[in-house]
Design a protein around this ligand. Structure first.
Ligand SMILES: [Zn+2]
Length: 80
């Protein structure tokens, strides 16, 4: 949890971090999921996260605990 300025609340509010998987270009069927897996495997993206999503397909959001506003927060590259 961190204190951030919320546009919607117009003041500082507690925010929590949420990781969301980006919509996949693949379908939901097992066959499509398998294709997605193979694609990721052969393109060398071995950086899988415990949740099953790789870094490339995961968005980081800050969610305001006052109003529930989601703010995309993918600017954390300086920590890597
Ligand atoms: Zn808010």
């Amino acid at each position: 949890m961190s204190n951030r300025f919320c546009d919607k609340c117009g003041k500082e509010a507690q925010h929590k971090e949420v990781m969301k998987q980006k919509p996949s270009k693949y379908g939901k069927s097992r066959k499509e999921q398998f294709k997605a897996f193979l694609d990721g495997f052969f393109s060398g993206s071995a950086s899988s996260l415990p949740g099953g999503g790789s870094l490339e397909v995961t968005d980081r959001y800050l969610v305001c605990t006052r109003c529930g506003k989601h703010t995309l927060e993918n600017h954390g590259l300086e920590f890597q």
